[in-house]
Design a protein around this ligand. Structure first.
Ligand code: DHB
Length: 337
């Protein structure tokens, strides 16, 4: 019997797949749908939230292409405000306990609240509230998003190493409850010197998990027939997701799992079970699916889990830890010429 159960930081997951923040996880209906037993995910992740409700950017904010399995987005953090997501965590857990809904919901799916305040002060305010009230709500983990590329006039914190260090220093000055999984969502890094700076900062703090990677920020997708960008905000610039970003995601998963003390959640370019397998081989203990869920809906989790189990069976692996982080390197051939 093969299993896809796993553990990320402090959270046990019945399935190694989960939704990437931002995709179908903003409203009560979205979140209840993900909670359902038939959706084979190990955890529910919320849309990144801010202090207050936000409408988000204007115009066309999302585009995807089925053929190339890629997407570009610039939603601009539309969300219902952090208090809504704290309430939702509690409500989903209560619903799941209700006998009437036993057939529908898992007894308990852990809930991760993604946080992306509009300023450092907002982030600290939200985190303080989550930590303060942790006994009265049902939030199992926080994914502090240091990598939203779509707020007009705001840089990605993960690329500003001083701000990156400062937000973590302030976070861990708070009384972080031992039972809460503290995670970060990172932007993709490309340069080795940037990786080293990120490792040095992360390794100073008791962070449990890292989600690698957010979309590749500020890409441009165009429609050559109409000679036009495909999304409206920032003159067409937005976060790129889907297949084209997989190699960047794998490199980040590999680097952060080898060079930090944190468990890594892989995200980026996963559209098939083989992509999941590759992420885990590079060191991911669980993975998030974004673009493919927008393209195919929540049923895709079941399909990909079934195919992952088949890959594991064919390779003789019974559990995630049998191949997690076990990537080998191709040896340079001796005396090739
Ligand atoms: C949005 C996009 C992101 O990549 C992210 O991490 C958070 C929010 C958005 O545009 O809504």
């Amino acid at each position: 019997m093969e299993f896809t159960s796993t553990k990320i930081g402090k959270i046990h997951l019945n399935h190694c797949l989960m939704n990437a923040s931002g995709v179908k996880c903003k409203t009560e209906i979205d979140l209840s749908n993900i909670y359902k037993t038939k959706v084979r995910t190990g955890v529910v992740v919320s849309k990144s939230c801010t202090l207050e409700f936000r409408r988000g950017n204007e115009g066309t904010t999302y585009y995807h292409s089925k053929e190339s399995e890629m997407s570009i987005n610039s939603s601009g953090l539309p969300n219902l405000g952090y208090e809504f997501y704290m309430e939702m965590a509690k409500k989903l857990e209560q619903n799941a306990r209700d006998r009437k809904f036993r057939y529908l919901y898992e007894v308990k799916k852990p809930f991760i609240m993604s946080v992306s305040g509009m300023s450092q002060a907002d982030n600290i305010h939200i985190l303080e509230s989550v930590f303060d009230k942790h006994k009265s709500h049902s939030i199992d983990g926080v994914e502090l998003n240091l990598s939203c590329p779509n707020i007009i006039g705001k840089p990605q914190i993960g690329y500003d190493f001083e701000a990156f260090d400062e937000i973590l220093r302030k976070t861990f000055e708070l009384d972080v409850p031992k039972s809460i999984n503290m995670g970060l969502k990172l932007p993709p890094y490309f340069d080795i010197s940037h990786y080293s700076q990120a490792f040095d900062i992360i390794n100073k703090y008791p962070i449990d998990t890292l989600t690698c990677i957010n979309s590749i920020g500020n890409g441009l997708v165009i429609d050559p027939i109409n000679e036009c960008s495909v999304i409206s905000p920032k003159k067409g610039l937005g976060g790129i997701g889907g297949s084209p970003i997989k190699s960047v995601a794998l490199a980040n998963v590999f680097q952060f799992s080898k060079n930090t003390h944190c468990d890594v959640i892989g995200c980026g370019g996963i559209v098939s079970a083989m992509d999941v397998f590759e992420h885990i081989l590079c060191g991911a203990k669980a993975v998030q699916l974004g673009t493919i869920v927008m393209l195919e809906g929540l049923d895709v989790f079941k399909k990909i889990e079934r195919e992952l189990l088949s890959i594991m069976r064919n390779k003789g692996y019974k559990k995630i830890s049998d191949f997690c982080g076990k990537l080998k390197y191709v040896e340079p051939e001796f005396n090739k010429y």
